[in-house]
Design a protein around this ligand. Structure first.
Ligand SMILES: [Zn+2]
Length: 489
């Protein structure tokens, strides 16, 4: 009898425990902000099985309750343009508020291998495009390395050295082989076709259109680094925008123009007016920017083919090595450009005034173009919140959050229905959430110290798992999951 009573008591006890711990995690009393519904109010957020199960002004109970009082609770930031996919970059991205960081500009040479290597080893959500640059290099017999290099994680290993594979036009047969290769990468799970046309200047207008045709056929967008910069015709930034908008118009493919800040530089507003005009005429064209006056790329790439100084309106002194801060001279440039060893270089080609106008433009979403060596890797999102929302008052907090969450999520929906569950702080959405202090959030990365993590992100929840806890990365948890395109399903 005593035994029976004991079991009954145990049953009652465990039943009450279950009701008392209704949610896996509760974020209590934060300022909950959702750019899609406009919700901006103090609420409690209940998370269960990786999803946002409840948003309520009533008290919620959970196995763990985190007080978010005085903090903003927003959808985790979605970076559509992140080259550095290794853990060091993911750590600084997480501390900058990103729960998803995708390599969509250039893509990776082997999508299947990329997805396999990251499975179970990723802090935040990941995904990639099929790389036109890599497929072209393969067809010309100079394949890019399939894996990232330890010394230069991020940009140089996905960009070919300038040479025949980048500068020669492809034959019609070669174009068909490139398309075949891209079809295989899309079948392996690529989210889009990534094109770095400036890195493959030999690609004819027809080759570009043929890649857009493939994207339209497979119902995925094209993400592109455009053909050229500057004002000299032919080959101006305006011509480059016209080329890709034209390709989108004649094929029906969705188009995302990457880093319009750096490609268009002083013509940023004119380029944006072209995007605006295309959209007004029903074309699906979107764009992004990062909040820095310098870019970064590979010094032996085709971007620095002869004539770059005149084209970009800069000279050797505006090129800076990230590790040492060395400003280049002609001799040093020639040595590095002609070397087969890859090397990142910072390119100071924009003004703060123009960056400010582009970042605050309503059509522009925020994306970092991040990789080790440039402060944008670690600081992009906090910098926008610190400088444009808090210091300059040039963006409302809700507008800044929209540019970092809802807008990229809607872009992602062109590639996968999973995009609909992201970028929203709503019941039923994925529990990818950033909890930050709007009064203190700041970037700390600089051109001298590019990997200094941001401050002000108190908590980061990735698919329901706490990855940043009281401002620190939780060791040995890898909640990042793959986002894959329609070919894989
Ligand atoms: Zn680029």
């Amino acid at each position: 009898m005593r035994k029976l009573i004991l079991s009954f008591c145990l049953f009652v006890f465990s039943a009450t425990t279950v009701t008392a711990q209704q949610y896996d995690l509760v974020l209590e009393g934060g300022r909950v902000m959702d750019p899609e519904t406009g919700l901006d109010a103090v609420r409690n957020v209940g998370i269960r099985d990786g999803k946002i199960a409840r948003i309520s002004s009533e008290a919620l109970s959970g196995r763990r309750v985190i007080s978010a009082r005085g903090l903003v609770v927003a959808p985790g930031f979605i970076d559509l343009h992140q080259h550095g996919q290794e853990l060091e970059s993911q750590r600084v991205k997480a501390l900058d508020g990103a729960t998803t960081a995708l390599e969509l500009e250039i893509g990776v040479p082997d999508v299947g291998r990329f997805l396999k290597e990251k499975e179970g080893h990723s802090l935040i959500h990941y995904g990639t495009s099929a790389s036109h640059v890599a497929a072209r290099a393969l067809v010309f017999g100079t394949p890019l390395p399939a894996g990232p290099s330890k010394n230069q994680p991020g940009i140089p290993e996905i960009l070919p050295k300038s040479g025949p594979a980048t500068d020669q036009p492809a034959t019609l047969e070669q174009i068909e082989v490139i398309r075949e290769q891209l079809r295989a990468e899309l079948d392996a799970g690529a989210l889009a076709i990534g094109m770095g046309i400036q890195y493959t200047p030999g690609a004819t207008r027809l080759e570009v259109i043929d890649m857009f045709r493939l994207a339209a056929e497979r119902k995925v967008p094209v993400y592109t680094h455009m053909r050229s910069s500057g004002r000299i015709e032919p080959g101006s930034a305006i011509e480059s925008v016209s080329e890709v908008i034209g390709a989108a118009a004649v094929t029906g493919a969705s188009l995302h123009i990457v880093h319009i800040n750096s490609t268009c530089a002083s013509d940023g507003l004119e380029c944006l007016s072209l995007v605006e005009g295309a959209r007004a005429r029903g074309l699906d064209v979107t764009t992004e920017a990062y909040p820095y006056i310098a870019g970064m790329t590979s010094i032996n790439s085709a971007l620095f083919n002869p004539g770059w100084q005149k084209k970009f309106g800069i000279s050797y002194g505006e090129l800076v090595l990230p590790e040492t801060g060395e400003h280049l001279t002609k001799e040093r440039f020639d040595e590095l450009h002609n070397s087969s060893a890859t090397h990142s270089v910072l390119v100071f080609s924009n003004t703060q005034e123009m960056v400010d106008k582009v970042i605050t433009h309503p059509l522009v979403m925020i994306a970092s173009d991040g990789a080790e060596g440039h402060p944008r890797n670690a600081g992009t999102y906090s910098r926008v919140l610190a400088q444009y929302v808090r210091e300059k008052g040039a963006l409302t907090l809700m507008d800044a959050i929209r540019k970092m969450t809802l807008m990229p999520a809607q872009m992602l929906e062109r590639s996968t229905p999973a995009g609909r569950q992201k970028g929203r702080l709503q019941e039923g959405a994925d529990a990818d959430i950033v909890v930050f202090d709007a009064a203190t959030i700041s970037d700390r990365s600089t051109f001298q110290k590019p990997m200094e993590p941001s401050v002000g992100v108190h908590y980061l929840v990735v698919g329901g798992t706490v990855l940043v806890d009281e401002g620190k990365i939780v060791p040995e948890v890898f909640p990042g999951r793959a986002l894959v395109g329609p070919g894989k399903r």
